[in-house]
Design a protein around this ligand. Sequence first.
Ligand code: DGJ
Length: 536
Amino acid sequence: MTTIQRIFTVDGKPFFPLGGQTHNSSAYTMEGLEPAWQALSLIGANTAEIPLYWEQVEPKEGQFDWSMLDGLLQAARARDLRLILLWFETWKNGTMKFTPEWVKSNPTRFWRVISSDGQPLGVLSSHCEASFVADRRAFAAMIEYLREHDSAQRTVIAIQIENEPGIIGSDRDYGPEAEQAFQNAVPPPLVQAIADAPDSAATRAWRQHGARTKGTWPELFGREAGEFFTAWRTARYVDGIAQAAKAIYDIPMYTNVWLSENRWRVAGLSYPAGGPTSNTLDIWKWATPHLDLIAPDIYVNNSRLYGEICATYSRDDNALFIPESDRNEAAAINVFSAIAEHNAIGYAPFGIESFLDHQTGSGEALRSEVKPLVESLRCVAAVMPLILRYQGTGKLHAVIQEEFLNEQYLDLGDYLALAIFGNTDRDLARSDFRHYSDETTRGRGLVVQAGERQFYIVGAGYRLVFKKKGSPEAMLSGTQTTDFLVTRLSNYVRVEEGHFGEEGAWVTDRRRGGDESDGGIWAAPDVGVVRVVLGD
Ligand code: DGJ
């Protein structure tokens, strides 16, 4: 049994944000957001992730404009959506693109990161106190506005501070102030945390360099010193903003990650140096007591690597929240692994407007490429009460048709089950035309064991066949029986399709029997949830 930190709540109850993130520049005007609202409604989202731009909210220093924030609150409430605000400030993807003109045009006051070859980069330095103070002041002003205008309704359920912080173009800041700090002693609390950690990338590097309790960054960490130093500085900067904001209005705050698991895996080249990547996550966690989460943006398709990343960011002190992901077929499959195997507490694909099929001109249709993911998200939404109840208990199972996999074995307490993928056994499926809706995408879904004999099934492209566990004699009796008959002889007390209504109560929409259960229990996105009660 895993205890899951339910960071997101609505009306005091655990809430799973299942949403979509807009493209970066959609939120300058309310009109610009229209396609996003349409797409969110078409996919059945409960949450919208939308940026706020520093350059827009503070066009002149000290003068704030909250009209967009106000518009967002009204629009979300009118659509019964919750909001996660993305604070594009000092950092956006390791650069400073959304800072106001008065910041961009004053590099003397708001100084930049200097690269190893002495070039100023388009990245604010985390060593610049003026930048930190200005960012914190704007964020605090925003939080105050939210406290005044949203503390009763709590439309905003969380805020992302910065976006993929770190440095693109250098492993660290080589400017004079940064250079001085780099040659100073590593802060004692960090050294202590590293020494106490049983295993961490920082601890391993520190041991390799002699496990010294005092010394400069290069003395303690060698070639990784620059990245660790940047991680610590960046994390402390972000935490300082969170600390000030939480004192004003306490709502969940997190920052997101441009993962290191891509291309050359070189800090500053393949990903922003100093972000909370897998090798610096511990440093970030030690440095950010005021952040509720560190959340990975997962654009990885390969299921093995996807699982590794989920495992890295799902830990006792960090629940897994995926604020950005792909919208392709791989995402349609991997989302089930994130939720069932890694206890994800929220999920959103990126670029939600791109779900709309603009060819139709009406904005009322979804592009065919996103259909598998949308089907998966609908399946997730359909069993949301069960996800919130059974995550972490071992009773929530992902069905995932990995490459070359024809069937998946599931151990379900008193029963075994086989998830048989595809429409290979057409005779058995023939009776129900609805099961042909998804022939090309790999099988995927969730199986929830809600009682010893009671199961809920959602997904696409598979059927489930159960067999009661027993002594070898009992399980082998009648071995002359073909698999065809095993499926026909399954003893169902009840098979039905339905949905969860108000307060999570089960509502039966349609019963299944005869041909519709003889071949196994089909999961298909257009039938909602299937509930099965088994006999002996
Ligand atoms: C990750 C960033 O966090 C998003 O804002 C956006 O830039 C996407 N990458 C684009 O793919």
